[in-house]
Design a protein around this ligand. Structure first.
Ligand code: GMT
Length: 382
Protein backbone atom coordinates (compact mmCIF):
# COMPACT_ATOMS: atom_id res chain seq x y z
CA UNK A 1 0.00 0.00 0.00
CA UNK A 2 0.98 3.64 -0.42
CA UNK A 3 0.23 5.31 2.88
CA UNK A 4 0.31 8.98 3.87
CA UNK A 5 0.90 9.84 7.53
CA UNK A 6 0.24 13.23 9.13
CA UNK A 7 1.36 13.87 12.70
CA UNK A 8 3.02 16.34 15.04
CA UNK A 9 6.71 15.62 14.48
CA UNK A 10 7.79 16.50 18.03
CA UNK A 11 8.57 14.44 21.13
CA UNK A 12 4.84 14.11 22.03
CA UNK A 13 3.42 10.60 22.22
CA UNK A 14 1.18 10.95 19.16
CA UNK A 15 4.11 11.89 16.91
CA UNK A 16 6.26 9.13 18.35
CA UNK A 17 3.58 6.51 17.76
CA UNK A 18 2.83 7.76 14.23
CA UNK A 19 6.52 7.68 13.33
CA UNK A 20 7.06 4.21 14.81
CA UNK A 21 4.00 2.99 12.88
CA UNK A 22 5.20 4.51 9.62
CA UNK A 23 8.65 2.97 10.00
CA UNK A 24 7.20 -0.43 10.87
CA UNK A 25 4.95 -0.28 7.78
CA UNK A 26 7.86 0.71 5.56
CA UNK A 27 9.88 -2.24 6.87
CA UNK A 28 6.96 -4.46 5.87
CA UNK A 29 7.24 -3.21 2.28
CA UNK A 30 4.66 -0.42 2.22
CA UNK A 31 5.51 2.97 0.75
CA UNK A 32 5.08 5.52 3.52
CA UNK A 33 4.85 9.28 3.01
CA UNK A 34 5.21 11.51 6.07
CA UNK A 35 3.61 14.92 5.67
CA UNK A 36 4.70 17.08 8.61
CA UNK A 37 6.11 20.53 9.34
CA UNK A 38 9.50 19.13 10.30
CA UNK A 39 11.28 15.79 10.21
CA UNK A 40 9.70 13.62 12.95
CA UNK A 41 12.19 13.06 15.78
CA UNK A 42 12.22 9.29 15.54
CA UNK A 43 12.23 9.09 11.74
CA UNK A 44 15.21 7.23 10.29
CA UNK A 45 16.18 6.60 6.73
CA UNK A 46 14.48 3.71 4.95
CA UNK A 47 14.15 3.31 1.16
CA UNK A 48 10.35 3.05 1.49
CA UNK A 49 10.01 6.25 3.53
CA UNK A 50 9.35 9.65 1.96
CA UNK A 51 9.23 12.95 3.79
CA UNK A 52 7.24 15.98 2.57
CA UNK A 53 7.62 19.18 4.54
CA UNK A 54 4.63 21.38 5.26
CA UNK A 55 6.41 24.67 4.88
CA UNK A 56 4.25 27.58 5.97
CA UNK A 57 5.28 30.83 4.26
CA UNK A 58 5.35 33.95 6.43
CA UNK A 59 3.77 37.21 5.36
CA UNK A 60 3.59 40.48 7.32
CA UNK A 61 -0.22 40.27 7.44
CA UNK A 62 -0.19 36.86 9.11
CA UNK A 63 -0.05 37.14 12.86
CA UNK A 64 -1.11 33.50 12.76
CA UNK A 65 0.43 31.76 9.69
CA UNK A 66 -2.28 29.47 8.21
CA UNK A 67 -0.71 26.04 8.90
CA UNK A 68 -3.94 24.16 8.20
CA UNK A 69 -4.32 25.72 4.75
CA UNK A 70 -0.76 24.87 3.80
CA UNK A 71 -1.14 21.35 5.18
CA UNK A 72 -4.29 20.93 3.07
CA UNK A 73 -2.49 22.15 -0.06
CA UNK A 74 0.48 19.88 0.64
CA UNK A 75 -1.85 16.90 1.12
CA UNK A 76 -3.52 17.58 -2.22
CA UNK A 77 -0.12 17.74 -3.89
CA UNK A 78 1.38 14.65 -2.21
CA UNK A 79 -1.71 12.46 -2.59
CA UNK A 80 -2.27 13.22 -6.26
CA UNK A 81 1.37 13.12 -7.34
CA UNK A 82 2.20 9.94 -5.48
CA UNK A 83 -1.07 8.06 -6.00
CA UNK A 84 -1.50 7.32 -2.32
CA UNK A 85 -4.06 4.66 -1.35
CA UNK A 86 -4.89 5.93 2.10
CA UNK A 87 -4.15 8.82 4.46
CA UNK A 88 -3.74 8.28 8.20
CA UNK A 89 -3.86 11.38 10.39
CA UNK A 90 -2.71 11.31 14.00
CA UNK A 91 -4.21 13.80 16.48
CA UNK A 92 -7.53 15.18 15.29
CA UNK A 93 -6.69 18.89 15.49
CA UNK A 94 -6.27 20.24 12.84
CA UNK A 95 -5.22 17.15 10.91
CA UNK A 96 -8.66 15.57 10.46
CA UNK A 97 -10.26 18.76 9.12
CA UNK A 98 -7.28 19.39 6.80
CA UNK A 99 -7.64 15.83 5.51
CA UNK A 100 -11.37 16.30 4.94
CA UNK A 101 -10.81 19.55 3.03
CA UNK A 102 -8.03 18.01 0.92
CA UNK A 103 -10.38 15.16 -0.05
CA UNK A 104 -13.04 17.64 -1.15
CA UNK A 105 -10.51 19.26 -3.47
CA UNK A 106 -9.28 15.90 -4.74
CA UNK A 107 -12.84 14.68 -5.31
CA UNK A 108 -13.22 17.31 -8.03
CA UNK A 109 -10.27 15.64 -9.81
CA UNK A 110 -11.53 12.12 -9.11
CA UNK A 111 -8.43 11.51 -6.98
CA UNK A 112 -9.84 11.40 -3.44
CA UNK A 113 -8.83 8.58 -1.10
CA UNK A 114 -10.11 7.49 2.34
CA UNK A 115 -8.59 8.98 5.47
CA UNK A 116 -8.38 7.48 8.95
CA UNK A 117 -8.17 9.58 12.12
CA UNK A 118 -6.37 8.27 15.19
CA UNK A 119 -7.27 10.00 18.42
CA UNK A 120 -4.43 10.25 20.90
CA UNK A 121 -5.59 12.12 23.96
CA UNK A 122 -5.66 15.83 24.45
CA UNK A 123 -7.21 16.26 20.98
CA UNK A 124 -10.32 14.84 22.70
CA UNK A 125 -9.98 15.28 26.43
CA UNK A 126 -8.58 18.81 26.64
CA UNK A 127 -8.28 20.82 23.44
CA UNK A 128 -11.02 19.18 21.38
CA UNK A 129 -13.66 19.78 24.02
CA UNK A 130 -13.18 23.52 23.74
CA UNK A 131 -16.40 24.80 22.09
CA UNK A 132 -14.27 26.68 19.57
CA UNK A 133 -12.86 23.40 18.24
CA UNK A 134 -15.70 21.00 18.96
CA UNK A 135 -17.90 21.44 15.85
CA UNK A 136 -14.93 21.11 13.50
CA UNK A 137 -13.46 18.13 15.36
CA UNK A 138 -16.84 16.35 15.54
CA UNK A 139 -17.56 16.93 11.86
CA UNK A 140 -14.15 15.81 10.63
CA UNK A 141 -14.11 12.72 12.88
CA UNK A 142 -17.48 11.70 11.44
CA UNK A 143 -16.19 12.27 7.92
CA UNK A 144 -13.20 9.99 8.50
CA UNK A 145 -13.45 6.59 6.83
CA UNK A 146 -12.49 5.10 10.20
CA UNK A 147 -11.68 6.42 13.65
CA UNK A 148 -9.27 4.72 16.00
CA UNK A 149 -8.47 5.47 19.64
CA UNK A 150 -5.42 4.31 21.57
CA UNK A 151 -7.32 2.94 24.58
CA UNK A 152 -10.79 1.86 25.70
CA UNK A 153 -10.84 4.86 28.00
CA UNK A 154 -10.21 7.29 25.13
CA UNK A 155 -12.95 5.64 23.09
CA UNK A 156 -15.39 6.10 26.00
CA UNK A 157 -14.30 9.72 26.51
CA UNK A 158 -14.83 10.42 22.82
CA UNK A 159 -18.37 9.02 22.87
CA UNK A 160 -19.04 10.91 26.11
CA UNK A 161 -18.05 14.32 24.77
CA UNK A 162 -18.69 14.17 21.01
CA UNK A 163 -21.63 13.13 18.85
CA UNK A 164 -19.89 10.36 16.98
CA UNK A 165 -21.94 8.44 14.45
CA UNK A 166 -19.63 5.54 13.80
CA UNK A 167 -17.65 2.81 15.48
CA UNK A 168 -14.37 3.74 17.11
CA UNK A 169 -11.75 1.00 16.77
CA UNK A 170 -9.46 0.65 19.75
CA UNK A 171 -5.91 -0.07 18.64
CA UNK A 172 -3.56 0.24 21.60
CA UNK A 173 -0.18 1.87 21.29
CA UNK A 174 2.76 -0.45 20.81
CA UNK A 175 6.43 -0.63 21.61
CA UNK A 176 9.34 -1.74 19.48
CA UNK A 177 10.87 -4.32 21.82
CA UNK A 178 13.91 -4.67 19.59
CA UNK A 179 14.81 -1.12 20.52
CA UNK A 180 13.18 -0.75 23.92
CA UNK A 181 14.83 -3.50 25.90
CA UNK A 182 17.16 -3.61 28.84
CA UNK A 183 20.78 -3.21 27.82
CA UNK A 184 23.82 -3.26 30.02
CA UNK A 185 24.74 0.35 30.79
CA UNK A 186 26.35 -0.25 34.20
CA UNK A 187 29.18 2.23 33.54
CA UNK A 188 26.59 4.90 32.87
CA UNK A 189 24.66 3.96 36.04
CA UNK A 190 27.83 4.22 38.12
CA UNK A 191 28.38 7.76 36.88
CA UNK A 192 24.89 8.90 37.84
CA UNK A 193 24.50 6.85 41.00
CA UNK A 194 28.07 6.27 42.23
CA UNK A 195 27.01 4.87 45.59
CA UNK A 196 24.52 2.36 44.25
CA UNK A 197 21.53 4.66 44.73
CA UNK A 198 18.21 3.62 43.16
CA UNK A 199 17.36 5.54 40.00
CA UNK A 200 13.90 6.97 39.39
CA UNK A 201 12.95 8.54 36.06
CA UNK A 202 10.23 10.59 34.46
CA UNK A 203 9.77 11.21 30.73
CA UNK A 204 7.33 13.75 29.32
CA UNK A 205 6.89 17.02 27.51
CA UNK A 206 6.48 18.82 30.85
CA UNK A 207 3.02 20.14 30.13
CA UNK A 208 0.65 20.96 33.01
CA UNK A 209 -1.29 17.73 32.44
CA UNK A 210 1.88 15.76 33.40
CA UNK A 211 2.03 17.23 36.95
CA UNK A 212 5.84 17.18 36.94
CA UNK A 213 5.96 18.88 40.33
CA UNK A 214 4.35 15.74 41.80
CA UNK A 215 7.34 13.77 40.50
CA UNK A 216 9.66 15.99 42.54
CA UNK A 217 7.46 15.74 45.65
CA UNK A 218 7.29 11.95 45.39
CA UNK A 219 11.05 11.78 44.93
CA UNK A 220 11.67 13.99 47.95
CA UNK A 221 9.68 11.53 50.09
CA UNK A 222 11.41 8.47 48.63
CA UNK A 223 14.86 10.00 49.04
CA UNK A 224 14.26 10.45 52.78
CA UNK A 225 14.03 6.65 53.13
CA UNK A 226 16.03 5.22 50.22
CA UNK A 227 19.22 6.71 48.77
CA UNK A 228 18.16 7.59 45.26
CA UNK A 229 18.58 9.80 42.21
CA UNK A 230 15.95 11.20 39.85
CA UNK A 231 16.34 11.69 36.10
CA UNK A 232 13.92 14.15 34.48
CA UNK A 233 13.83 13.57 30.72
CA UNK A 234 12.12 15.92 28.29
CA UNK A 235 11.36 19.59 28.29
CA UNK A 236 8.38 21.91 28.21
CA UNK A 237 6.55 24.77 29.89
CA UNK A 238 6.55 23.33 33.43
CA UNK A 239 10.29 22.71 33.63
CA UNK A 240 11.16 26.07 35.27
CA UNK A 241 8.58 25.43 38.03
CA UNK A 242 9.94 21.93 38.58
CA UNK A 243 13.51 23.25 38.84
CA UNK A 244 12.40 25.94 41.26
CA UNK A 245 10.69 23.31 43.41
CA UNK A 246 13.91 21.27 43.52
CA UNK A 247 15.70 24.33 44.89
CA UNK A 248 12.94 25.02 47.44
CA UNK A 249 13.00 21.42 48.67
CA UNK A 250 16.82 21.31 48.62
CA UNK A 251 16.99 18.18 46.47
CA UNK A 252 18.80 19.59 43.41
CA UNK A 253 21.95 17.56 44.00
CA UNK A 254 20.06 14.33 43.47
CA UNK A 255 18.05 15.37 40.42
CA UNK A 256 19.28 15.71 36.86
CA UNK A 257 17.23 17.47 34.19
CA UNK A 258 18.45 15.84 31.00
CA UNK A 259 16.25 17.69 28.49
CA UNK A 260 15.00 16.05 25.29
CA UNK A 261 16.79 12.78 24.65
CA UNK A 262 16.71 10.52 21.63
CA UNK A 263 18.33 7.51 23.32
CA UNK A 264 15.64 7.17 25.98
CA UNK A 265 16.02 3.38 25.91
CA UNK A 266 19.58 3.69 27.22
CA UNK A 267 18.48 5.87 30.12
CA UNK A 268 15.58 3.54 30.90
CA UNK A 269 18.08 0.66 31.01
CA UNK A 270 19.62 2.12 34.15
CA UNK A 271 16.28 3.10 35.71
CA UNK A 272 14.71 1.23 38.63
CA UNK A 273 11.34 2.98 38.75
CA UNK A 274 9.33 5.15 36.36
CA UNK A 275 7.06 7.86 37.78
CA UNK A 276 4.06 9.17 35.82
CA UNK A 277 1.70 11.21 38.03
CA UNK A 278 -0.38 12.69 35.16
CA UNK A 279 -3.71 14.41 35.55
CA UNK A 280 -4.79 12.37 32.53
CA UNK A 281 -3.18 9.93 30.08
CA UNK A 282 -5.18 8.36 27.29
CA UNK A 283 -2.58 5.58 27.27
CA UNK A 284 0.87 6.52 28.62
CA UNK A 285 3.26 5.43 25.88
CA UNK A 286 6.26 6.64 27.90
CA UNK A 287 5.31 4.21 30.68
CA UNK A 288 4.99 1.34 28.20
CA UNK A 289 8.45 2.08 26.79
CA UNK A 290 9.82 2.07 30.35
CA UNK A 291 8.15 -1.28 31.08
CA UNK A 292 9.66 -2.75 27.91
CA UNK A 293 13.07 -1.93 29.40
CA UNK A 294 12.04 -3.79 32.57
CA UNK A 295 11.11 -0.74 34.63
CA UNK A 296 8.09 -0.88 36.99
CA UNK A 297 5.74 2.10 37.03
CA UNK A 298 4.26 4.31 39.73
CA UNK A 299 1.41 6.17 38.06
CA UNK A 300 -1.96 7.70 38.61
CA UNK A 301 -5.08 5.64 37.94
CA UNK A 302 -6.51 8.06 35.41
CA UNK A 303 -7.56 7.55 31.77
CA UNK A 304 -6.02 4.55 30.04
CA UNK A 305 -3.21 4.04 32.57
CA UNK A 306 -4.96 1.09 34.27
CA UNK A 307 -5.01 -0.58 30.84
CA UNK A 308 -1.21 -0.81 30.85
CA UNK A 309 -0.07 -0.59 34.48
CA UNK A 310 -1.38 -3.48 36.56
CA UNK A 311 -1.87 -2.68 40.24
CA UNK A 312 0.60 -4.59 42.42
CA UNK A 313 2.02 -6.46 39.42
CA UNK A 314 3.82 -4.06 37.05
CA UNK A 315 3.73 -1.20 39.57
CA UNK A 316 1.09 0.75 41.44
CA UNK A 317 -1.68 3.23 40.64
CA UNK A 318 -2.80 6.11 42.88
CA UNK A 319 -5.37 8.88 42.75
CA UNK A 320 -4.24 12.03 40.94
CA UNK A 321 -2.29 14.22 43.36
CA UNK A 322 -1.96 11.56 46.09
CA UNK A 323 1.76 12.10 46.60
CA UNK A 324 1.87 10.21 49.91
CA UNK A 325 0.42 7.07 48.30
CA UNK A 326 2.75 7.27 45.29
CA UNK A 327 5.75 7.72 47.59
CA UNK A 328 4.66 4.82 49.82
CA UNK A 329 4.27 2.58 46.76
CA UNK A 330 7.62 3.66 45.34
CA UNK A 331 9.33 2.89 48.65
CA UNK A 332 7.62 -0.50 48.73
CA UNK A 333 8.93 -1.41 45.27
CA UNK A 334 12.43 -0.06 45.81
CA UNK A 335 13.14 -1.16 49.36
CA UNK A 336 13.67 -4.85 48.67
CA UNK A 337 15.97 -6.25 45.95
CA UNK A 338 13.90 -9.39 45.34
CA UNK A 339 10.64 -7.48 45.20
CA UNK A 340 12.13 -4.97 42.79
CA UNK A 341 13.34 -7.80 40.54
CA UNK A 342 9.84 -9.35 40.52
CA UNK A 343 8.24 -6.04 39.55
CA UNK A 344 10.86 -5.53 36.83
CA UNK A 345 10.19 -8.99 35.39
CA UNK A 346 6.40 -8.47 35.55
CA UNK A 347 6.68 -5.11 33.79
CA UNK A 348 8.74 -6.68 31.03
CA UNK A 349 6.36 -9.62 30.60
CA UNK A 350 3.32 -7.36 30.44
CA UNK A 351 4.70 -5.40 27.49
CA UNK A 352 4.41 -8.57 25.40
CA UNK A 353 0.70 -7.62 25.04
CA UNK A 354 1.74 -4.43 23.27
CA UNK A 355 4.46 -5.64 20.92
CA UNK A 356 4.86 -3.86 17.63
CA UNK A 357 4.65 -7.10 15.64
CA UNK A 358 1.14 -7.78 17.01
CA UNK A 359 -0.36 -4.29 16.76
CA UNK A 360 0.90 -3.07 13.36
CA UNK A 361 -1.03 -5.81 11.47
CA UNK A 362 -4.26 -4.50 13.05
CA UNK A 363 -3.63 -1.14 11.35
CA UNK A 364 -2.77 -2.89 8.07
CA UNK A 365 -6.05 -4.85 8.17
CA UNK A 366 -8.01 -1.70 8.89
CA UNK A 367 -6.34 0.10 5.96
CA UNK A 368 -7.19 -2.78 3.60
CA UNK A 369 -10.78 -2.91 4.78
CA UNK A 370 -11.23 0.87 4.49
CA UNK A 371 -9.65 1.03 1.01
CA UNK A 372 -11.89 -1.82 -0.23
CA UNK A 373 -15.05 -0.21 1.19
CA UNK A 374 -14.14 3.18 -0.22
CA UNK A 375 -13.53 1.95 -3.76
CA UNK A 376 -16.80 -0.03 -3.61
CA UNK A 377 -18.63 3.15 -2.61
CA UNK A 378 -16.92 5.12 -5.38
CA UNK A 379 -17.90 2.50 -7.97
CA UNK A 380 -21.49 2.54 -6.75
CA UNK A 381 -21.65 6.32 -7.32
CA UNK A 382 -20.38 6.05 -10.90
O1 GMT B 1 1.30 13.98 26.14
C1 GMT B 1 2.00 13.72 25.17
O2 GMT B 1 3.12 13.27 25.27
C2 GMT B 1 1.49 13.99 23.81
C3 GMT B 1 0.12 13.50 23.69
C4 GMT B 1 -0.48 13.89 22.42
O3 GMT B 1 -1.68 14.08 22.53
O4 GMT B 1 0.21 14.02 21.41
O5 GMT B 1 0.09 12.12 23.95
C5 GMT B 1 -1.09 11.42 23.97
O6 GMT B 1 -0.86 10.40 23.04
C6 GMT B 1 0.06 9.39 23.43
C7 GMT B 1 0.22 8.43 22.27
O7 GMT B 1 -0.98 7.86 21.91
C8 GMT B 1 -0.44 8.71 24.70
O8 GMT B 1 0.45 7.72 25.10
C9 GMT B 1 -0.57 9.78 25.81
O9 GMT B 1 -1.12 9.17 26.95
C10 GMT B 1 -1.47 10.92 25.35
N1 GMT B 1 -1.38 12.02 26.33
C11 GMT B 1 -2.44 12.39 27.03
O10 GMT B 1 -3.53 11.83 26.96
C12 GMT B 1 -2.21 13.51 27.97
Amino acid sequence: MKIGIVCYPTFGGSGVLATELGMALSEKGHEVHFITYQQPVRLHFHPNVYYHEVSVPTYPLFDFPPYETVLTGTLVDVISNNNLDILHVHYAIPHASAAYFAMQILKKQGKDIPFITTLHGTDITLVGRDPKYMPVVTFSMNESAAITAVSDNLKEETYRWFKIEKDIHVIPNFVDTMRFQHSDKEHFKKMLAPNGERILAHVSNFRKVKRVEDVIHVFEQVRKVIPSKLLMIGDGPERPNAEELCRTLGVCNDIRFLGKQEQVDEILSITDLFVLPSEYESFGLAALEAMACGVPVISTNTGGLPEINVQGVTGYLSDVGDIADMAKNAINVLSDDDRLETFKENALQHTKNFERKNIVPIYEQLYQQVIAEYSKKKLAIL
